[in-house]
Write a protein that binds this ligand. Structure first.
Ligand code: IFM
Length: 457
């Protein structure tokens, strides 16, 4: 979470590389690969961890260090009361989904087949196995459910009336599980025959598993009401928080959990989130993909799915993590809410310059927000999209930016962009006899390598 800059969290590794990796995928693929190898080398520890909890496959720990074992604290100090309380955050099993997502993204951007065949696919499939074994069939509901997890929002650790940690059907988790269990077939198709045989030999993987995963993925439970995706099953029955009251009573309400506990209440009982949770799924996959996934899970959604969820959850989030601001900045821009997006982006950029979390920077910079803000200059404002096999660019430079230039590697080609308010200049390195399709403002152009091509905007 803090790179090598300081000792916060005792140097532990969480899921923050989800926000950091795309920067390295595009600019320094060897570093990206080595970050992924940190996980691959700890696959056996993740397998043991899954076994200890009665599951199959590999379950990566929420916080890990050298050995790959779970290092998450089980007690948490509330500095407002100087009291220790239980900490269930190790139930953030979604960390494994970040590993799977990063594995796919790295391969998609770099086309490093050697990595996929020798390490990545095994990790990906073992993560899928874990999630498949964690799904439980609910006969009455006619759906698979996932129990006992926490989403990225760390204010909700359990149901208020229960002692045991964990929630049912966290939407971010279930959507990402759907994504992973479905994406496994795509990964499998990329493998050569020898790699497929090797996986069959090494982990007993067979194509039948893909069929089982796809069936579970489509029958996963997502709780929805009129387009609103419930953060977890039971979320809509929680109490509303009086945000105006807390804003006027406290100078800083980012850590609403600590304030509520100081008042003898529990954040578990309120519709109040520390950071983006449902919205994280949109941040990772985009609105169109979420709609497609919901539809294959039997949910109709309207045109305004993202907008409705954005407004609903933004009004109920205190941004107690720097990661929340980048998610809100990116999604606000997608919705054309440029002012809101820019405000979140500015705050995110200032995270360590102005130490917005009141003293945490001295323990190390926040690598997640740093990686994401650099990337967003290219993606959110430069308008770069790398999710398909054709690179696409549709810039939306903010008011004061006159020009942005950047280079990147994508599927083994080197692209160099110079973007102003009214033009894009692209130079794809390589010999002049090569032509590569690129989308500019939604239109596909065949771009000749080895020379600059200018597009008017
Ligand atoms: O991984 C994050 C988490 O999402 C919010 N709390 C801090 C962790 C480390 O940065």
């Amino acid at each position: 979470a803090r790179g090598l800059h300081g000792e916060a969290y005792r140097g532990h590794i969480f899921w923050d590389e989800l926000f950091v990796m795309p920067f390295y995928d595009l600019h320094f693929p060897q570093i990206a690969r080595s970050l992924l190898m940190y996980r691959c080398r700890r696959l056996d520890a993740a397998r043991d961890y899954a076994r200890q909890h009665g599951h199959k496959g590999a379950m990566f720990p929420w916080q890990s260090g050298r050995t790959g074992e779970e290092q998450t604290q089980t007690l948490h100090l509330n500095p407002m009361t100087c009291q220790w309380g239980p900490d269930n955050s190790s139930l953030q099993r979604h960390v494994s989904l970040a590993v799977a997502f990063n594995t796919w993204q790295y391969f998609h951007i770099t086309r490093d087949l050697d990595f996929l065949e020798n390490s990545g696919a095994e990790v990906f499939f073992e993560i899928c196995r874990f999630w498949a074994s964690k799904t439980r069939w609910d006969k009455a509901l006619g759906r698979y459910r996932i129990h006992g997890v926490m989403g990225p929002d760390e204010f909700h650790e359990k149901y208020p009336e229960k002692d045991k940690g964990g929630l049912r059907d966290n939407a971010y988790t279930n959507l990402m599980v759907h994504w992973a269990l479905t994406q496994a077939a795509v990964i499998y198709r990329h493998l050569g025959a020898a790699a497929k045989d090797a996986l069959a030999e090494k982990i007993g993987f067979s194509i039948d598993e893909l069929e089982d995963w796809s069936q579970r993925a489509n029958a996963l439970n997502i709780v929805m009401e009129d387009d609103l995706i419930a953060q977890f099953d039971g979320y809509f029955s929680l109490k509303e928080l009086d945000w105006d009251h807390y804003r006027s009573t406290y100078d800083d309400i980012h850590r609403m959990d600590r304030i509520l506990k100081k008042e003898g209440k529990t954040p578990d009982a309120y519709k109040a989130a520390k950071q983006a949770d449902v919205l994280m799924a949109f941040f990772n996959l985009g609105e169109d993909e979420i709609k497609k996934m919901l539809s294959s899970m039997g949910h109709a959604s309207s045109k305004n799915l993202l907008e409705k969820n954005f407004d609903y959850y933004m009004a109920r989030t205190s941004h107690g993590s720097t990661l929340s601001r980048v998610v809100h900045a990116a999604l606000a821009q997608c919705l054309g809410r440029k002012d809101i997006g820019w405000r979140f982006y500015q705050e995110a950029l200032g995270s360590d310059y102005t130490d917005i979390q009141g003293g945490t920077t001295k323990e190390g910079i926040h690598t997640g927000v740093m990686g994401a803000t650099v990337l967003m200059a290219m993606t959110v404002y430069g308008g770069l999209h790398t999710d398909k096999d054709i690179l696409s660019i549709d810039p939306a430079l903010p008011g004061r930016w006159e020009k942005i230039t950047f280079g990147l590697w994508f599927q083994k080609n080197r692209y160099e962009f110079e973007i102003t308010k009214n033009k894009v200049i692209l130079n794809i390195k390589g010999s002049e006899d090569r032509v590569i399709p690129v989308k500019v403002k939604g239109k596909t152009h065949k771009v000749r390598c080895g020379a600059k091509t200018t597009f008017s905007l």
